[in-house]
Design a protein around this ligand. Structure first.
Ligand code: ZN
Length: 80
C-alpha cells in the first residue's frame, strides 16, 4: 500500500473546500427560505402592549390576545 499521493491530497482539499462552500450556500438559502416563510405569516405588533402575534392577513382589524386592543393591518397609515 502506497501512502497518499500529493495529487490525491490536493484533490481531497479541493473537495473539502467545495463541500464547505456548497454547505455554506445551502445554509444561506435555507435561512432565506425560512425568514421569508416567517415574514409571510403576517405578524402584528400590538400598539398598546407591544405583543407580537400572528394574524390572518385578510383581517383589517384584529384584537390583541393579551390586552384586546384593536390593531390595524401592518402598513396602514399613521394610527396616531
Ligand atoms: Zn396588546
Amino acid at each position: 500500500m502506497k501512502t497518499l499521493e500529493p495529487a490525491h491530497f490536493f484533490l481531497f482539499f479541493v473537495g473539502a473546500a467545495f463541500l464547505w462552500v456548497a454547505g455554506d450556500f445551502l445554509l444561506v438559502k435555507l435561512s432565506q427560505f425560512f425568514t421569508s416563510r416567517l415574514a409571510s405569516r403576517k405578524w402584528r405588533d400590538c400598539h398598546l402592549c407591544g405583543k407580537r402575534y400572528a394574524e390572518k392577513p385578510r383581517l383589517k382589524l384584529s384584537s390583541c390576545p393579551d390586552c384586546e386592543a384593536l390593531n390595524h393591518k401592518k402598513g396602514h397609515r399613521r394610527l396616531g
